[in-house]
Write a protein that binds this ligand. Structure first.
Ligand code: EPZ
Length: 482
């Protein structure tokens, strides 16, 4: 634990955190209610940390447990806020969720699924985007569903039109009210032929979670095929679902009448692993990420190598409660000398993930020459570069599609391409964390910068990075809560 840790949100609204006359001009509201970390930068991060099950699989696998008629067990579940949100929602719907005997084991018993009141569900409004995936499973189990207003990171408008269109084609009736969405399926849910306008991860999951128990066959075209989707398909197959993944993003699902529970060890979190890899590069350090898996990170590893980073697939001897033995991972390091500029664009799998973009841009501020980052998945995911510029980086953002293929945002008014000129000497600054991945990149920038930065709102990082404080400590970071 980093020194000075306070309980979460220690100050009541309107409390005073700073001495009168303090010169801070940051968003005071954020500062008053969230955690503030003082980060003393300039020390290379060095050591070993471990990543557990992927946030973007674990949360969906938890929703899938609702579809079974017997208990499911997930292993290696990280302690992060998104898991708590889904756990809360499952609990409200009568699913008994308990921690198993081993660290990271979660047992979900959906034997007595029941309706929850809209008021209870609305407690989770704005906290995550996962509740939208409860639609199909709740319609199957209860015949109706209520979905609160969604949350998640503010990285663009994040519409849910693909989800709604798909659900309607299955036969759901959606009633949007000011308090949230009510769904029913008066004539049941039926298999259908669908084509997504864009290979959306969430919409593909929505279709999978609905089609597995819909009557008849569903054919989904232009589906997302991220490793987390493939792992969700594995979970559903273990439950008794019949799903075929064809070439060219076509997935066929034969609906079945009943599903049972599963036991599953999720794929490791490749976003967290890449975030620590970028931290090693940006701070000129060396980090071994236990649990990281090469197969899911090939695109990242190629880019990492092109920039000048080095990595090794490792088998490390580990001893921790309950585990003694050899565990695989990836060691990432900065080999010394200068990093190379690269031109990149984010894309759906197997392209370079949009969630890898922000941490890597911090490392690119240290590369010699002009790097280009063309963000093609979310239209507003470069706002965080302003904070990096405050710290001495030279990053310009453009509305044009720079660097290669024109994307959906090209002729619209979104600054979605960045040119990063480096290397830049980063200096300390006061930073307010805007969203999960940008937040982690702020943290990396503060660790790479000279001097002491204050990072406001670090609690947001707990949404997706398990135990990041202890991991920072283990890597020798100098930081404390203020
Ligand atoms: C998932 O979001 C992840 N979240 C995101 O990670 C990730 O960045 C994203 O997939 C892409 O890999 C979770 O798994 C919880 P999408 P999702 O639907 O499913 C547009 C993180 O930090 N779209 O693939 O919401 C959308 O606006 C998060 O861990 C529509 O237009 O992403 C975007 O431009 C951030 N209409 C594109 O598709 C829709 O109905 C891709 O979004 C749905 C999506």
């Amino acid at each position: 634990m980093l020194p000075g840790r306070l309980p979460r949100n220690p100050l009541p609204c309107g409390g005073t955190l700073f001495a009168p006359g303090a010169s801070l001009r940051l968003s005071l509201e954020v500062a008053l209610t969230d955690d503030v970390l003082a980060v003393h930068g300039g020390t290379p991060l060095q050591g070993q940390i471990r990543v557990r099950g992927a946030k973007n699989l674990v949360s969906k696998a938890m929703v899938a447990a609702l579809l079974g008629e017997t208990p499911s067990t997930l292993y290696d579940v990280p302690r992060i806020r998104d898991v708590e949100v889904v756990r809360g929602l499952l609990g409200l719907h009568g699913v008994k969720v308990s921690d198993g005997v081993d660290d990271g084991e979660l047992v979900m018993d959906p034997t007595n699924v029941e309706s929850a009141s809209t008021d209870e569900i609305n407690v989770h409004a704005g906290s995550s985007r996962i509740p939208i995936l409860f639609c199909g499973p709740l319609l199957h189990r209860l015949g109706h569903a209520f979905i609160p207003d969604l949350g998640g990171c503010h990285i663009g408008p994040r519409p849910i039109d693909f989800h709604m269109q798909a659900l309607r084609e299955f036969g759901a009736v959606v009633d949007k009210t000011p308090e949230g969405m009510h769904l029913t399926a008066p004539n049941g849910l039926h298999g259908t032929k669908l084509e997504l306008p864009y290979p959306s991860v969430g919409a593909t999951e929505q279709v999978l979670l609905t089609a597995v128990r819909a009557e008849g066959v569903t054919e989904l075209r232009n589906a997302a095929i991220e490793p987390e989707i493939m792992d969700l398909i594995c979970v559903l197959q273990k439950m008794g679902a019949i799903i075929t993944v064809h070439t060219d993003r076509v997935i066929e699902i034969q609906g079945v009448k009943k599903l049972h529970g599963y036991k599953h060890k999720p794929i490791p979190d490749r976003i967290e692993a890449a975030s620590w890899a970028a931290a090693a590069l940006a701070t000129r350090g060396e980090i071994e990420v236990l649990g990281a898996q090469q197969a899911d990170m090939m695109t990242f590893l190629n880019v990492f190598t092109n920039i000048g980073g080095e990595f090794e697939i490792t088998d490390a001897r580990v001893t921790r409660p309950g585990v003694t033995g050899v565990e695989g991972g990836i060691k990432f390091w900065h080999p010394g000398g200068e990093l190379n500029a690269v031109a990149l664009e984010t894309d759906v799998h197997p392209g370079f993930m949009t969630d890898w973009q922000q941490p890597l841009v911090v490392a690119l501020t240290q590369a010699r020459g002009l790097s280009i980052m063309h963000e093609t998945v979310y239209e507003q995911r470069l706002g965080y570069t302003e904070a990096l510029n405050q710290m001495g980086a030279t990053i310009q953002v453009y509305r044009d599609c720079l660097g290669g293929t024109p994307c959906r945002f090209g002729r619209r008014n979104f600054k979605h391409s960045a040119v990063i000129a480096g290397p830049s000497k980063l200096h300390a600054a006061d930073l307010v964390i805007p969203d999960l991945r940008a937040g982690f990149s702020h943290l990396i920038a503060a660790l790479a910068a000279e001097g002491t930065s204050r990072v406001y709102g670090v609690d947001l990082i707990n949404r997706g990075y398990e135990d990041f404080e202890n991991k920072l400590s283990a890597l020798g970071a100098h930081a404390e809560y203020v």
